[in-house]
Write a new protein. Structure first.
Length: 121
C-alpha cells in the first residue's frame, strides 16, 4: 500500500499488533521529510515529494498535532488504534480520488479515538 512517497517500517506493524491505550510517539521534520518515531525507532517516513508532504500533513492531523518546523519535533500520545489509522492515512495514494474518501473516514475515526484511557507505554 505504501508508495515511493512513504515508507512504513516493519516495527510499525509489530507495534500495532499489541493493543495499547497510549504510545508515546514523536513527529519530526528533517531534510528528508517527516518521520514518526517510537522510542527513537522510525515507524513511518513521508518523503519530500508532493504526495509525501500531503501524507505527512494528514498524518499529523490524524495524530492531532501540528507539523513541526525543520529540525524540530512534536510529541504525540495516542492509542494503537489511532496509530493504525495514522499509518493508513500515510499509505494512501493521493493521486487517486478514492483515497480522499478513505482519508475522510480514517481522519474521522482517528479523531474519535484520540480520547483514550489511562494506560501508558
Amino acid at each position: 500500500m505504501t508508495g515511493p512517497h512513504t515508507k512504513v517500517s516493519d516495527y510499525a506493524d509489530e507495534l500495532m499488533s499489541v493493543p495499547r491505550a497510549h504510545l508515546r510517539l514523536e513527529l519530526t521534520q528533517d531534510e528528508e521529510g517527516l518521520a514518526l518515531l517510537h522510542d527513537g525507532r522510525e515507524l513511518v517516513r513521508c518523503y519530500l515529494t508532493r504526495q509525501g508532504m500531503a501524507a505527512g500533513g494528514f498524518m499529523a492531523q490524524a495524530l492531532g498535532v501540528a507539523i513541526p518546523s525543520l529540525g524540530e519535533s512534536v510529541p504525540a500520545r495516542v492509542s494503537t488504534g489511532v496509530l493504525y489509522r495514522t499509518v493508513g492515512v500515510a499509505s494512501l495514494d493521493f493521486d487517486s480520488e478514492a483515497a480522499y474518501v478513505l482519508l475522510d473516514r480514517l481522519l474521522e475515526e482517528a479523531e474519535m479515538q484520540r480520547g483514550g484511557s489511562s494506560d501508558e507505554t
